[in-house]
Design a protein around this ligand. Structure first.
Ligand code: ZN
Length: 83
């Protein structure tokens, strides 16, 4: 069983763990619904109009209700439906 020859220092261990501590923002794309056009996370149902691809797959939820959202969409606070 191969073992490391020497113990790595705390500094070396911590600098290794510090390489990828930042989280990436999810990429946002404009909604494919031409009448919506809001930004949504890619590969997610649009939280504003329920579009995915070229059709409505989830009924758009009412403004105040905290409804079920398919696909585990994140908490979107300030996006309100205007039309
Ligand atoms: Zn949309």
């Amino acid at each position: 069983m191969p073992n490391p020859k020497r113990k790595h220092t705390r500094s070396r261990r911590d600098s290794r763990r510090a390489q990828n501590w930042t989280l990436d923002l999810p990429s946002f794309v404009p909604c494919s619904n031409s009448s919506c056009g809001k930004m949504r996370p890619s590969h997610r149902v649009c939280p504003h109009c329920g579009f995915y691809g070229d059709r409505v797959v989830v009924a758009p939820k009412p403004a105040k209700k905290k409804g079920e959202e398919g696909g585990g969409a994140g908490p979107e606070a300030s996006g309100e439906e205007a039309s």
